[in-house]
Ligand binder design. Structure first.
Ligand code: WAQ
Ligand code: MG
Ligand code: MG
Ligand code: MG
Length: 258
């Protein structure tokens, strides 16, 4: 039987004009949809961008395109939640986890001094694990991981099993982290939200899994962070192509849990 055709649907919203004219990034979103579900999918992204704690957008773009590549199915990363009662302790733990996957201390410190430079972006920045330098060429845009989704029904089974809140935010973050960490060039990801009210972030890697850390930034802070630490000096273009273009469905099977 032929697999059903899927569409990649993407949204970006900004305030004070579009991103490319210096507007403030408000919200972005991406998902995979069937043709018959496109109306709901576009609506879900519209809704996401319209009501946002970073502000009311005056620019939004939603687009869809059909996907021709076969969709990869990946099992979600293992999840753990680490409680930190202060941001200082949260950040300290995140540094420790990054060290644990083999990233040199000076590279980690460089990322922690420079992250504010990139905090208004709608995508992620790529940092070379050897030099600590930013290596993507996407300037103020960053690299946006796209063509990703996790069916809500399957996510909710997973969330019940692991006693995790059934939140869209967690679903979206795990989808990104799982796709990113499935690539062999990814050493780790460090992330916290740019939404002022959301202070939980994470460090993820194939080995560590998805390590949530409560308190990675102060409440009210609109500066988000998404850094991929990578080891791919040779094939950067192929890596970015994977992040943006490889279609991925996260799918959880209970039998794979041991
Ligand atoms: N690809 C690359 N970068 C992205 C993407 C994407 N698809 N989506 C967001 N970003 C970047 C962008 O620079 C945002 O400003 C920043 O990440 C934060 O995005 O409790 O909500 O969607 O387990 O605000 C993590 C913890 C929450 C969830 C992260 O990020 C949990 C979050 P946000
Ligand atoms: Mg967003
Ligand atoms: Mg998001
Ligand atoms: Mg956000």
């Amino acid at each position: 039987m032929k697999e059903e055709r899927y569409y990649s649907v993407r949204m970006r919203a900004a305030k004070n004009g579009p991103h490319e004219h210096g507007g403030k990034h408000i919200s972005g979103g991406e998902l995979l949809s069937t043709y018959s579900d496109l109306k709901n999918s576009v609506n879900a992204l519209l809704e996401k961008g319209l009501h946002h704690s970073r502000g009311t957008p005056d620019f939004m773009q939603i687009q869809f395109e059909s996907i021709h590549e076969p969709i990869k199915r990946i099992q979600p990363l293992h999840i753990d939640t680490n409680e930190a009662d202060t941001v200082e302790k949260g950040r300290k733990l995140s540094r420790l986890l990054l060290e644990k996957v083999g990233i040199e201390r000076q590279v980690i410190e460089k990322a922690f001094t420079e992250w504010t430079k990139y905090s208004g972006m709608r995508g992620a920045i790529l940092i070379d694990v050897h030099s600590g330098k930013r290596i993507d060429d996407r300037q103020e845009k960053g690299v946006r991981v796209s063509r990703i989704d996790w069916m809500k029904t399957n996510f909710e089974l997973w969330a019940d099993y692991f006693h995790v809140p059934k939140s869209t935010r967690i679903r979206e973050a795990l989808v990104i982290a799982t796709k990113v960490c499935a690539h062999p060039a990814t050493i780790a990801e460090l992330c916290w939200s740019d939404d002022p009210e959301y202070t939980t972030g994470y460090v993820a890697s194939k080995k560590l899994g998805y390590q949530r850390i409560t308190n990675l930034k102060e409440y009210g802070d609109e500066r988000g962070c998404r850094i991929f630490f990578v080891d791919c000096r040779k094939d950067l273009n192929a890596y970015i192509h994977y992040l943006e273009k490889q279609p991925v469905f996260i799918h959880w099977e209970v039998e794979n849990e041991t």
